[in-house]
Each structure stands twice: as C-alpha cells, then as structure tokens.
Design a binder for this molecule. Structure first.
Ligand SMILES: Cc1cc2nc3c(=O)[nH]c(=O)nc-3n(C[C@H](O)[C@H](O)[C@H](O)COP(=O)(O)O)c2cc1C
Length: 367
C-alpha cells in the first residue's frame, strides 16, 4: 500500500477559527433522509455520525431551521426541544469518538411543496417564481409548489428563524454552524438575479441581493462568535430544473466574499462546479480567483479524489477538502486515504431513505 501521508499536510491537525481539527479532511453535509416526520435524530443517527468521527470536521446534513424551511420529508430539524435533545445524542457520540461536528442551517425557500408546509401554505421565496423539479413528501415524489414572495416586513422573521436555530445548535452541543447559502435554497435564491426579482432593499443591485446572506451570517455570528461560523456557497450550481446561476457570478459572489471578510469567519466552503455532477464552470468564471479573495480558511469540495486534494493543497488553493459521497460508504475514509486503501462507492439507492441498511452498515477496512 502507498503511504499517502508523506507529501501532504492533509492528514495533520489544523485550526479553523476556534475549531481545532485533527486533520484537513472534512465530511461534507450529506442529506440521508432517514428521520421520522418529527425530524428528531436518534441513536441510529448518533451511530452513523460517530462512525465518521475521524474526519477532521463533520458538517452534519442540512437541517431545517423551521417548519417553513422544510422542503423534503425525512430531513432533520433544529427548531423544537425534541430535535435539540436528539441532536445532543449525536454531538455527544461524535465528541466521545474524538470528532468535531457542526450544524448546517437550512431554509429551502421556494424548493418545497404545500404538502410539507405548515397548514398547506405556499413555500416562501424572494420572488413568486416557481422552481422546476420534484421533491419527496410522505406520499412520494411531487412537483415543487408555486412559492409566494416574502414581504419586506417578513425578512426580520426569517433572520429570527436562523437565530433560533443557531441558539438551538449551541444547546445541542455542536462545535459551530455552517450557513447554508448554496445549492439554490433560500439564501442562494436571494443572491441570484435568476430567482430574485425584488425591488426592495433585498433585490436588484448586488449589494441588495447579498444583504440577506450577510445579515443572517452576522446574526448567527453574534450568537456563536464568528470563529465558530462557516458559510457554504455554490456559485455555479444550477438548480434542479437547471435555472441558470447568477448572470454575473464573479461580481456577485466576489462582492459577497469581500463582505464576508468583515466577519473573520471560521471558514468559507465552496462547492466547486455543479454539485455532485461536474467541476466544469461557465465561461468567464474562475472559482479559484473567487475563493482567493477570502481571507480565512477555505474548504474545497466537489468530485475530489485524494490526488486532486493533495495537489490543490500543495498549490495553496485549499486549506481543507470536503468529501461527500465517499463518506457515505467509507466511514473510515481518512484512514483509508492515508493508507491508500481501497474505497467503496455507495450505490445511489443507498443515498436516501430507509434505516440502518446502506447507512450504518458500511464496514471499516481491514488494513
Ligand atoms: C446524497 C447527497 C446528499 C447531499 N446533501 C447535501 C446537504 O444536505 N447539504 C449540502 O450543502 N450539500 C449536500 N450534498 C452535496 C454534497 O455536500 C457535496 O457537495 C457533493 O456530494 C459533492 O461532493 P463529493 O463529490 O465529495 O460527493 C449532497 C450530495 C449528495 C450526493
């Protein structure tokens, strides 16, 4: 076997903000849709995350900040006391296994169905523009619903949802939180001119479209301390129906990143390319040039293998690498990469839904 540890510091400890990492290999947030309808994690989820605690940092699966923020059945929440207690079991198990875990704060915005919304209400969005695509409810796959545009006076309430969830994440024993401003969900919908047609202070100019992400980040950082807050962006990922990203990716996300520098966050996390699809970017976009504008730690993600991670780390393009799909089927991914051991690829059928099968039953390698 090859000893991959020789020419890289990916397997060495590092610090991101106030978070001490045993290595620079991060578990990317991966929705597994194995919660009951109440969105409360239990022993099964604690076992799953504890099995993966040798990651330098686990970013837990996207977690609904409110009932309104929910867009998929079987996903976890962090707005109720029961959910906080459930997550405490998870964070305790990860900490007992020597790991670090943070919560990814999620509001899906328009990407939901009336079947999933409280009282069957329309999902909320920056503008009343329907997404293409389907989601899962308890009755199976359905088209996402027509959203309604948030009133300006409702935005403060959205920020309150993030604050409430951030406070709950603290009580649940997480090591920090990640603001989910990626993958065409609520905050990303505000960032992009393809989904944000507002005419108030949250739409129009780049300053206005980035305002909500910045206000949410500031609010969450006030609760946690900015050195325990990270943010995830996916500047070029199209949404499920292939709505194009922003018409000026470099200007919009460049401005956002410069503004994020004000907060001295623990890290910036990019999905580089189209999420879980390709690393191709539209003409005129240079994601490395964007991430280089960030003054703190940078986590790269999307279709990495070890070789690419080692090379991009050596070039100073990333501070850490996040793996998503590989952590599904290789709970001991860090050790396997370090030893050059064989990796298992998870079949897509194991991604979402069900129980322990395809979830906690992936063996660790025999070295
Ligand atoms: C099954 C599955 C679930 C995912 N869930 C999330 C999620 O909850 N939050 C998120 O930001 N990204 C999510 N992603 C995207 C991953 O975090 C990651 O960006 C993507 O898989 C690319 O990384 P990889 O090539 O290492 O898998 C998910 C991807 C997959 C395949």
């Amino acid at each position: 076997m090859i000893d991959n540890s020789l020419n890289t510091d990916l397997f060495s400890p590092t610090q991101m903000g106030a978070i001490q990492l045993a290595n620079r290999i991060v578990m990317a947030p991966v929705t597994r849709s194995r919660m009951a309808d109440d969105g409360v994690p239990n022993e099964l989820h604690a076992t799953y995350y504890a099995q993966r605690a040798s990651a330098g940092l686990i970013i837990a699966e996207a977690t609904n900040i409110s009932a309104q923020g929910r867009g998929y059945a079987m996903t976890p929440g962090i707005w109720s006391e029961e959910q906080v207690a459930g997550w405490k079991k998870v964070t305790d198990a990860v900490h007992a296994a020597g790991g670090k875990i943070i919560s990814q704060l999620w509001h899906v915005g328009r990407f939901s169905s009336v079947e999933l919304q409280p009282d069957g209400a329309a999902p909320v969005a920056p503008s009343a523009i329907k997404a293409e695509g389907t989601t899962y409810t308890n009755n199976g796959r359905v088209d996402v619903s027509m959203p309604r545009a948030l009133e300006t006076s409702e935005i403060a309430g959205i920020i309150e949802q993030y604050k409430h969830a951030a406070e709950n994440a603290k009580r649940a024993g997480f090591d920090g939180v990640e603001v989910h401003s990626a993958n065409s969900y609520l905050l990303d919908q505000f960032l992009r001119d393809s989904t944000n047609h507002r005419t108030d202070q949250y739409g129009g100019s780049i300053e206005n479209r980035t305002r909500l992400t910045l206000e949410v980040t500031e609010a969450v950082a006030a609760i946690w301390g900015s050195d325990r807050v990270g943010i995830r962006l996916s500047p070029v990922t199209p949404d499920a129906g292939n709505t194009p990203p922003d018409s000026n990716v470099m200007a919009t996300y460049g401005y956002l990143i410069q503004q994020l520098n004000r907060f001295d966050l623990a890290y910036l996390h990019f999905v580089e390319g189209a999420t879980a699809t390709s690393r191709t970017v539209p003409e005129g976009v240079d994601l490395d040039a964007l991430s280089a504008q960030f003054e703190g730690a940078f986590i790269g993600n999307n279709n990495y293998d070890l070789e690419m991670a080692v090379e991009r780390r050596a070039q100073g393009k990333i501070d850490a690498v996040a793996f998503g799909r590989l952590f599904i089927s290789n709970p001991d991914l860090v050790e396997r990469l370090r030893r050059g051991a064989e990796l298992t690829l998870a079949p897509r059928e194991s991604y979402y839904g069900g129980g322990a099968k395809g979830y906690t039953d992936w063996p660790t390698a025999h070295y």
